[in-house]
Design a protein around this ligand. Sequence first.
Ligand code: FES
Length: 235
Amino acid sequence: MAEQTITFTIDGVEVKGKAGQTIMQAADEAGVYIPRLCAFKDLTPHGSCRVCVVLVNGRPQASCTQPATEGMVVESETEEIQKHRRNIIDMLFVEGNHFCMFCEKSGNCELQAQAYRLGICAPKYPYQFPVRDLDASHPDIFIDHNRCILCGRCVQASRDLDGKTVFEFVNRGTEKKIAVNAEAKLADTDIDISDKACDVCPVGAIIKKHIGFATPVGRRLYDTEPIGSDIEKKN
Ligand code: FES
């Protein structure tokens, strides 16, 4: 049976999608980039970061989970929505410890890249400087909780792509953090450097050892083009 095509608009641009697609999936295929942090191509979207929120017929919805439907009017780049995104990014920066100039992920970091795309030069909220730990026990991988934004990609990837459950969330509210399925440390888990869970972190929280600064700063993914450029080039 032929796939049903649906037509809707994003910021006045006509987008054609397939029935069953989310707004974000249809937008991606049409070359319209909607900013995101927790959504990742091989993982089931779960709508946790809220960076991808758009107005759907005037109501805020997460575009990574909201199905696209015929005739819907989506607004993504309004001043109100961009302000909402800037606020989220701002808060993520101050509630962790993100020292980009010392981070191996700088230039490849999606949080940093979203900040640049949204025109953020410095956070407007006070820094929290939380005390967080670092687990460097594993010979090939380390976790720096200072940089974790709790997107949940590693939890999903380990469970759904690697068939393991190396990572999980523990605690609630400001105490929420990523933990590992061992008594104490990453070295006691069955994680392997080839696991997909090691490749999905949008920031520098999960880093592979031994390959630091293989690509010089200034020549990394988002040093040369804004995040989302790969999608927008489809236009
Ligand atoms: Fe949709 Fe995070 S990308 S909520």
